[in-house]
Design a protein around this ligand. Structure first.
Ligand code: NAP
Ligand code: GLV
Length: 308
């Protein structure tokens, strides 16, 4: 029995150390150095290529190094074994920080002050009252829920949208088509925390933007494919949207010629809103491996039918 680690972006070393300490009887291999593929029982992965899991006939479970499993589920050859995802594991605090920063950026009119600075213009703009900057959080799960809570504590009016009804202190929790329409009417800043599924792909399109208040802003920390990028550019250019802070993109790394890089209304970061840190996430992975070995249900079991 062994575990194989695959990631082009995560350092295997701290994972090897943490798992060796806690589970010394489980050999840890870093792909492509896998001596006996038939002995592999578990994989710990971030974005392996399609078909990659087929080489392990004795696979019992796939453990994702991230919270979102859309890339895994897109693999038509993915074995029918349980998949676990990270449930917070240190991501929630990072994502909530990023979101608070983004909301304050738009609430305090920083994009306009940035343009004024570049034009050497000294001009005081009317401040927004906290009540004006209603934040609409799409997705009220582990990460969106935590960000919504923090924004409410910071004094922003917050509404949020989920697939099934949720209750979060200080947050007006909405669901269904009517709930989405209400969020679109009210929000000045929309923050996307949805998982990428067939139901949410392309949700942030021209129709969606047209239902927001003119000048509303978008923060996307979920997945690039939620956004129809040409529609976003058109909405920014027409003034329907006042600005966007983007951490995720349809194609990553973002191609050097992409218009987002130099768009005056776009602030972007290279998919860093929440970074998986072994120091914070390994305990959950270890606990899940123990549960799987004991035949118990792991935490963060992915519902393949729902797609998240
Ligand atoms: P989660 O706990 O599964 O929460 C997902 C939320 O979205 C839930 O509230 C769910 O509704 C809602 N939802 C799903 N499908 C929906 C639909 N069709 N309509 C309305 N609401 C829907 O996921 P999470 O742990 O918060 O993670 C969210 C996403 O963040 C991940 O999937 C990933 O893409 C992204 N992420 C990005 C980064 C980054 O660095 N940028 C880092 C980590 C994660 P219910 O409550 O009814 O289930
Ligand atoms: C990162 O994007 C994740 O899903 O954890």
């Amino acid at each position: 029995m062994s575990l194989v680690f695959y990631s082009l972006t995560d350092d295997a070393h701290p994972w090897r150390e943490a798992l060796a300490r806690a589970l010394p009887a489980l050999p840890f291999h870093v792909w492509p150095d896998v001596p006996a593929p038939e002995d592999v029982r578990y994989t710990l992965v971030w974005k392996p290529p399609a078909g990659w899991h087929r080489q392990f006939p004795g696979l019992r479970a796939i453990l994702s190094l991230g919270a979102g499993v859309d890339a895994l589920l897109e693999d038509p050859d993915l074995p029918a074994v349980p998949i676990t995802r990270l449930v917070d594991g240190g991501l929630a605090r990072q994502m909530a920080e990023y979101t608070l920063h983004a909301v304050l950026h738009f609430h305090r009119r920083m994009p306009e002050y940035g343009r004024q600075q570049r034009a050497r213009q000294w001009r005081i703009l009317d401040p927004n009252a906290a009540d004006d900057s209603v934040v609409g959080v799409l997705g009220l799960g582990v990460l969106g829920g935590e960000a919504a809570r923090l924004l409410a504590v910071a004094g922003f009016p917050v509404c949020g949208w989920s697939r099934t009804p949720r209750r979060i202190a200080g947050v007006d929790c909405l669901w269904g088509d009517d709930g989405l329409a209400a969020l679109q009417r009210r929000a000045r800043i929309v923050v996307n925390f949805l998982p990428l599924t067939p139901a949410t792909r392309g949700l942030l399109d021209a129709h969606f933007f047209s239902r927001l208040q003119p000048g509303a802003c978008l923060v996307n920390v979920a997945r690039g494919a939620h956004v129809v990028e040409t529609d976003l550019l058109a909405a920014l250019d027409s003034g329907q949207l006042g600005g966007a802070m983007l951490d995720v993109f349809a194609q990553e790394p973002l191609p050097v010629g992409h218009p987002f890089w130099s768009h005056p209304k776009v602030v972007l970061t290279p998919h860093v809103a929440g970074i998986t840190l072994a120091a914070e996430a390994a305990a959950q992975v270890i606990q899940n491996l123990r549960r799987l070995e004991a035949g118990e249900a792991p935490q963060g079991l992915v519902d393949r039918a729902a797609g998240y």
